[in-house]
Design a protein around this ligand. Sequence first.
Ligand code: GCU
Length: 665
Amino acid sequence: ADDGYRLWLKYDLVRDASQRKEYQKQAKFITIPNSASPILQTAGRELQQGLLGLLGQQVPVLSESKGKGGIVLAVAANPELGEEGYRVSTQSGNLVVTGATDKGALYGAFALLRHWQTGQPVANVNLTSKPRIEYRLLNHWDNPNGTVERGYAGSSIWKWQELPEVIDPRYRDYARANASIGINGVVFNNVNASARFLTAEYLQKVAALANVMRPYGIRVYMSVLWAAPKVIGGLQTSDPLDPQVRRWWTAKTDEIYKAIPDFGGFLVKANSEGEPGPQDYGRNHADGANMLAEALGQHDGIVMWRAFVYKANSNGDRFKEAYQEFQPLDGKFAPKVLVQVKNGPIDFQAREPFHPLFGAMPKTPLVLEVQLTQEYLGFATHLVYLAPLIKECLESDTYAKGPGSTVAKVVDGTVDQHTISGIAGVANIGSDRNWTGHPVGQANWYSYGRLAWDHTLTSQALAEEWTKMTLTQEPKAVSTITDLLTKSRDIYVRYTTPLGLHHIMGQSIHYGPEPWLEKSARPDWTSIYYHKADAVGLGFNRTATGSNALALYAPQVQKQWGNPATCPPDYLLWFHHVPWTQTLNTGKTLWNELTTRYYSGADSVQWMQQQWAQVQPAIDAELHADVAARLRIQQREALWWRDACVLYFQTYSKQPLPPTLTPPT
Ligand code: GCU
């Protein structure tokens, strides 16, 4: 039975005997030079381990090639491959995996394994690739007490109380999984950071983990509490312009680099949701970020300063707040600072328009932050494949420098010629045996890493790749599952928040429907703040007659989204308050389109169940049963969402259900 622990690194024996023979003929030995660095040695070990599974035989590792039919790992300067790129090709009878650095060779080794794992031919192999984004991070929201903020797959895998002495073998398995998809940086601790991580005691623990990550080409970063100089440093202030505070951070940074010589840098959530920050002292985000950049000094590290900020709402629209605080600071950040921006302007909703800061801060490298943990997407019970969500954001056109200035090209630095670039995924893993709770959550971790490496890959290709490596190679089943995964996010949107509805979920837990929520600690945490249902219609008017958040976008975007007739229906209620009886560009009235989407979305979960039932013979029985059981919850809860929302909105619309739809029972 498959308990899911091995993720996409299962390396089951290649079933087709003739194919296996082909591979065997090309895998008589693995060569790595005697002088191999730890990372290159990892590449050799990974190849050997993978081939042992795929081919059922131990391939010897040699320091020199013995004739033909082997795999040669090599490092050779090649400016075309950049720091981390690789080439895999056949040269005089050997498969040569070359990286310009040892990291490149490691990624090349995983690319070759993937090639064979997905059943590709040996002949004429020519895999060349280099990452489009430099800093490819996973952000854990893990706390020192072992809980995970917004984590749905058990508790934290980091056992702080046992570190640095006990090195759980899982840490290495985690590093392998990340390296195999190109992730090269991790933040172990929550953005709502505890100052404890900066104490000498915890630095030793983090250093022990960094030692496990290093041979896999993964650098370690840390979320820091802005108030640390006060909380653990004994200072009266955390003012970034105070000389004592500056000295404290410089000394602390030096201390970190003593423990972790390749430390990657800091991630900061400041002046957001009650966290302390430079604004507490009348300073701005740039003052804070630049102070940390200065503390990093000559060390090779960066600052990722988050733009997820919003104040207790006075008069405005939360949609605009990050833009208002950050856009005026463009050009004020030190060269080592990147500003980290969530994909959308509110908070990881099932569908959001791209964040208006993308394209609006040409002088500042922006990190795209996406969420893999399904905080607003059904936790670990709903099957939602997230690559389409991430791609939708990446492919959105900001028009910042004319058509084609996509978010992807803003983030990878090509639009504004930045030399550093980054992307961050909020991790969805925990102590559950299968890492992600929902087995398909693994596909979200996987496709995130692959997209961080190459954002031009398609959701469909990645779903197929993951399915073949993880679930089955049976062609019909692969195509059924690929189709199911690729459609799942749109289905989730339909039965929860169709047509651009957002933030109507259960209070604080962020699960299930609660569109009727009127009271919360703050108005912009309620549902009615966002959907604005009334006797006339539904949706948030963000045009010039409303909050005018649309004005934050380029004129071309404003033009398209500003007119309900041309605004894509998927974004409609993000920007318009639409009368219930108005006919949309879909040909239906708002009310009929809304209810049709809720109903077809919920019906589609039954379709998902049917598709999943069909692939049963091709899938491990235990794993199949697990997903089937979760789909039963999803089906029940899709009806819950549908009925709750349709009946609630009906109290405003006073419209009957279209005759084609049967009323809820
Ligand atoms: C969301 C989430 C919080 C998290 C925050 C953030 O609001 O609910 O738990 O801390 O995002 O990204 O900082």
